[in-house]
Design a protein around this ligand. Sequence first.
Ligand SMILES: Nc1nc2c(c(=O)[nH]1)N[C@H]1C(S)=C(S)[C@@H](COP(=O)(O)OP(=O)(O)OC[C@H]3O[C@@H](n4cnc5c(=O)[nH]c(N)nc54)[C@H](O)[C@@H]3O)O[C@H]1N2
Ligand SMILES: Nc1nc2c(c(=O)[nH]1)N[C@H]1C(S)=C(S)[C@@H](COP(=O)(O)OP(=O)(O)OC[C@H]3O[C@@H](n4cnc5c(=O)[nH]c(N)nc54)[C@H](O)[C@@H]3O)O[C@H]1N2
Ligand code: SF4
Ligand SMILES: [Mo]
Length: 865
Amino acid sequence: MAAPVRTTCAYCGVGCGILATRTGERSVAIQGDPDHPANRGRLCSKGTHLGETVGLEGRLLTPMIGDKAASWDKALDLVARRFRETIARHGPNSVAFYVSGQLLTEDYYVANKLMKGFIGSANIDTNSRLCMSSAVAGHLRAFGEDVVPAAYDDLDAADLIVLVGSNTAWCHPIVYQRIMAAREARDTRLVVIDPRRTETAEGADLHLAIRPGSDVALMNGLLAHCRREGLTDDGQLDVPDDFWDAIARDGDLWSTARTCDVPPADLNRFFELFAATPRTVTVFSQGINQSLRGTDQVNAILNVHLATGRIGKPGAAPFSITGQPNAMGGREVGGLATTLAAHMDFAPDNVARVGRFWAAPSMATKPGLKAVDLFRAVDEGRIKALWIMATNPAVSMPDATRVRDALAACPFVVVSDVVARTDTSDHAHVRLPAAGWGEKDGTVTNSDRTISRQRAVLPLPGDAKPDWWIVSQVARRMGWASHFAYDRPADIWREHARLSLYQNGGERLFALPGHAGTSNAGYDAMTPFRWGGTPFADGRYPTPTGRARLVTPQPAPIAAPLKQWPMTLNTGRYRDQWHTMTRTGLSPKLARHRDEPLVEVHPSDADALGLVDGGLARVATPQGASLYRVALSEGQRVGELFVPIHWTDHVAKGGRTGLLSRPLVDPHSGQPGFKATPAAITSVATEWRAFAILRTSAPPPLPDALWATRVAVPAGWMIELAGNGDPAALQALLPSGERVEAQDRARGTWRAAVLEQGRLAACLFLARDGSLPPRDWLIRQLGEAAGPAVLAGRAPGAAVDRGPIVCACFDVGMKTIVAAIAEQRLTDVAAIGKALGAGTNCGSCRPALARLVTDHQEIADAAVR
Ligand SMILES: Nc1nc2c(c(=O)[nH]1)N[C@H]1C(S)=C(S)[C@@H](COP(=O)(O)OP(=O)(O)OC[C@H]3O[C@@H](n4cnc5c(=O)[nH]c(N)nc54)[C@H](O)[C@@H]3O)O[C@H]1N2
Ligand SMILES: Nc1nc2c(c(=O)[nH]1)N[C@H]1C(S)=C(S)[C@@H](COP(=O)(O)OP(=O)(O)OC[C@H]3O[C@@H](n4cnc5c(=O)[nH]c(N)nc54)[C@H](O)[C@@H]3O)O[C@H]1N2
Ligand code: SF4
Ligand SMILES: [Mo]
């Protein structure tokens, strides 16, 4: 067996180190890297199951012009020519790049350099605009530079951790496990501030289920409390004249509690805990950033930390955790339309400096279009050539239907992606096959400024090429061969490091000393390191006065419910899926945690609106409407809905969330307010419900039905279905072969199975009264010897329904766990682990297990008594 390759995870900004071992043509064994400072050997469910996503099924393996395969030469020449011609005819601002925090730093650097130094426009924006641009804008206002003043070690050293707008247990699971470890080791307190009671909140000492958008009121209330307690010191800060008046206004406990809609006693507990705990880290992510006042919400948090001295010391910091694996690397190269490069902005000095360094013929002199404006410009015909890399805006942008229309009307769209077909690349004129995780080489920066290498463990498949190579080739063909003469990522890394140091007398904290001269071998051997040390430890900030600034924050508008749109729609993530599912969607293990897109509703709303658990509902906003399966949840606030962002037209009919969100943005950062859209929900009745399980390696097409969602299962695919009228069209799902069938017209059930040489190749179960057999046993029968008895839908003899899968690693279902809690009187997560294995590998399900223990303990006790 090959030696393990040290690399980093493909997914979130925690940036876990991985030991990847090639075990076959296209197979990789995954282990956590015990030496990586971010995770010390741990991995969550997504990282653990990366090996299930490296197959070639669905990959784009050759350049495509329209629907025809093309050589690289032809495709690159075409892209270069169309961009050149468009620029010649309509000017540099008629073209744009839309890139991604999932590019490596080297890819990002080259794309940014081409657009801002050579094409001469700053129309390069990134999906990070949708992700953490409010944090960037907030840092710039408070500190003068976009520096995250925290590290994971601070979590280990803190006495209080406050998670605001962050479902850490699902979205940054290894950070959450570190927090849980700190709680065990030193009794660190945990407060979670989120309108929903998430699994993250389940593990906290205190959960404040605040009204959406009331974070500024909460933080101002906290700051007013600290001031009353004499804990603030603004002597070394730049303070706007109106600042303290604005903070004091409505800043008493009662009015804050009213605005935030939380019990005053809970609020007081939080205030007192914070005031009493100098070592406090406040971690925040999308519940703060993705708001129409995201930047002000960020500054409201920074204000509290600056004014109470909780920054620049071990265990005390505001901590913006980033979502994507290289969101931070993108910030370092200046990949946002509003930044230039290497933490420099568009001030004339900086433009001149970067221009000199690049020997650039036509520097962009002002910021370019931010994502939402950029796609609006495409829609209005002002952008005539667009290149999209490593992101799926037809799904992930707000008002995504309009984005699709814009792409469809754009004269020239290029998409670089690893998969053959996405909702975005359906609109591309040219598709370029990019190297994927496991094949690409370069660096990423995680949430705590640690730079690590990603290394290839597999060879490049087909004609796939790394993104840096693709961009450099186009740049060369546009006429700038000598400026883009890179042969390897190390060449780009050295240039990036040199730029960080270029005429930098300490004004810019971002600097990579010692790396400009790294040899190729040194680059290959690079070990993880954090840049910037402990920022602001000396109390000095990169502002003109050297002081940090307090900013008077404006609260987010808390709209009164509208008659037509009485609900507030919140959107976010599931534990085991990554964004638009192009990769996690390939993993059967990850699919089973939540295999359909749900709309979570509070039971009292459901009662009032006639929604039933497990039924379908249409969620509508002024932008559009989409279907979801209803899940009642006590963890929702009344009046609020929650839907996931992951489902696309390629995996489902229904459940596409991007089309619902408004294209409204924060005025400072341009980040969309994805977390609160006025919405309505209505029940949708269907006459039948069905599912099909099919043994096929290629994903089967979705049949024509009102509701259809497809997930990977171990030997094939499963499709959940619901609809009205004659379900005869579902016949087309079943392959030809020996057919066994059972129909009960009275009950309206239809069950069919197809056998190939006595083995189960496919089955379809349909019911009109809604009761269908559990899926697990049938999934396991795919490819196994089977006969007509398979139509019973369960094992002969005892019927075991394991319920939804909670532990993805050991495949343990909810009902199995609940039964074990009751029968074996299991009282904690560790006991469940001993009995069933659940929760003992990646640990992502431990919050869910804890919840099951609390919920079922009393039942178990009662049963024994
Ligand atoms: N499993 C998984 N993990 C991921 C990702 C993924 O797709 N799947 N994506 C990665 C990426 S790119 C990102 S950006 C991160 C995102 O990570 P998170 O920010 O943790 O994830 P979200 O689910 O978008 O939203 C976080 C929480 O904000 C809450 N919220 C909504 N409105 C408000 C409000 O007004 N105030 C407060 N205080 N909270 C509010 C929501 O209820 C939600 O629970 O996750 C990363 N990790
Ligand atoms: N309503 C709503 N919308 C949201 C959010 C929300 O909370 N609510 N969150 C927003 C946030 S924070 C984010 S980060 C975005 C994420 O949204 P997207 O960036 O659109 O989602 P992904 O599915 O990660 O898209 C990445 C694409 O790049 C491809 N890819 C993977 N690796 C590579 C590579 O190395 N090279 C190339 N060229 N391609 C590659 C993948 O196949 C995939 O098609 O969604 C945003 N949209
Ligand atoms: S927490 Fe999970 S998804 Fe994030 S980097 Fe670590 S293993 Fe990957
Ligand atoms: Mo993100």
